[in-house]
Design a protein around this ligand. Sequence first.
Ligand code: AP5
Length: 211
Amino acid sequence: MKLILLGPPGAGKGTQAEILSKRLGIDTISTGVMLRTAIREKTELGKLAQSYMNEGKLVPDEVVVGIVKERLQQEDCKKGFILDGFPRTTAQAQALTETGIEIDKVLSLEVSDETIIERLSGRRECKECGTPYHVVYKPSSKGDVCDVCGGKLIQRADDNEETVRNRIKVYHDQTEPIKEYYQKTGKLVIAYGKEELEETTKEVAHALGLE
Ligand code: AP5
């Protein structure tokens, strides 16, 4: 399965990608995770990306397309992958099409703007391995440390309310039009995010025909 996860910030793309990755035995390629890793490691890419991300703006297309294309050439991608957070502009979608890689499904995970703000204010992630949590909906069983690796749980720099509102605007202006791009290919399926995580997981499986 070669799958794209679309959706606004905080829709639950990362959470569902983690579940699908285990279920389907394929890796997730998250541009957000790749860029945050580069920031942590203080690479040239990280230095460039940081100012855009802190303001909730998109990192320039040519930069993101470059890192994704390189990742897609790796051997493990032949058996499938889940793209989380890419493509995010029509230019990125076109660049992906031009690679010749055949995408099976594009899942748009939909939630309201109000839900996004509630979810992102409670989100935490592991400082070490990036596993996502929520203080109410998906708490760690070990309090403020990660269930997977024991790392400290932190709040992302771009999860403050002002930046979240900017990210939502950027999503509506620049990313939502991609749905039409993929609708024309007949690959777009839609799942509505529910309040309960398990319910959303069922919706996603149903939309992808995995039941
Ligand atoms: P990125 O890291 O991709 O962030 P995002 O798209 O804004 O999405 P999030 O990671 O915030 O949310 P999510 O949908 O994964 O939700 P999650 O599962 O965590 O991008 C960050 C930045 O990087 C961008 O702003 C941009 O600057 C840059 N960037 C990245 N890709 C780029 C690209 N292609 N081009 C240019 N720039 C790019 O869930 C959220 C919370 O809700 C969690 O706490 C979770 O536990 C909880 N939750 C999830 N599902 C449910 C549920 N059903 N019920 C209750 N709670 C739930």
